[in-house]
Design a binder for this molecule. Structure first.
Ligand code: ZN
Length: 241
């Protein structure tokens, strides 16, 4: 079975549509989205509607919960706050309600899905290095977990003794090993590749392939400026940081 796993759409409609088209071309049995559907971008309402219609799992990220009024803005940067306020004002009441009801983790068969961290899904810490990954493996039982939040596609492997990091575009999940895979970001990649990112998981071959999809970034930055959002949110999309 082929499964599309992606995260951090961040109200970037052009990127989401490009990824959905790529997923359609590949053909999958399920679409799993790990949260942060809104925030940063200009189109929170359209993105959330499209995700609610098309995803088999849609988790809540920190931006979603903040837009729904369930998470304080204290820990958000000025830029992120601005974008959360924008999303909050634009979303419909039913949409805010849906966001407020979403979970921060779910199991899909034997896959653990979270927005930020298996160990502490409601606290949204950043798992970027092997030391942080070690704590995740130690805290929970799982063979493979998928997460987003850092916007950096990569995977950690735990062979029982040490945790290794890999950023290979294709990964084989070996028997006896445990995996923590970050699926990157659809709408705001931060690994210096501005193309949208999603992960294709094949449950028979036990492989994860990171796919990159070009989309109309110029049109997206124009939308962000038109919406009156901070210019920096547009500029970063061009360089993928
Ligand atoms: Zn995010």
């Amino acid at each position: 079975m082929k499964i599309a796993i992606f995260s951090d759409v961040h109200a970037n409609l052009a990127a989401l549509q490009a990824v959905q088209n790529d997923i359609d071309r590949v053909g999958v049995s399920a679409r799993l989205c790990l949260g942060d559907s809104v925030g940063y971008g200009a189109d929170p309402r359209a993105c959330l509607d499209l995700l609610l219609q098309s995803c088999d799992v849609l988790l809540a990220g920190n931006h979603d919960l903040a837009a729904a009024g369930r998470l304080s803005l204290d820990r958000f940067s000025g830029l992120a706050r601005h974008a959360v306020d924008y999303a909050r004002a634009l979303l419909t009441e039913p949409q805010r309600k849906r966001l407020a009801e979403m979970h921060d983790e779910e199991w899909w068969g034997d896959l653990l899905l979270v927005h930020a961290s298996p160990a502490d899904p409601a606290e949204f810490p950043y798992v970027r290095d092997a030391e942080a990954a070690r704590a995740q493996f130690d805290a929970r039982q799982f063979r493979a977990a998928f997460y987003g939040h850092t916007h950096l596609p990569l995977a950690f492997e735990d062979d029982g003794e040490r945790v290794g990091l890999t950023a290979r575009p294709r990964l084989e999940l070996k028997a006896g090993m445990r995996y923590l895979c970050n699926v990157g970001s659809v709408g705001q990649p931060r690994d210096q590749d501005p193309r949208a990112c999603w992960a294709l998981y094949d449950s028979d071959a036990r492989t994860v392939a990171f796919r990159r999809v070009a989309y109309d970034i110029e049109a997206t930055t124009a939308r962000i400026k038109e919406a009156g959002l901070p210019e920096a949110l547009a500029a970063r999309l061009l360089v993928g940081v």
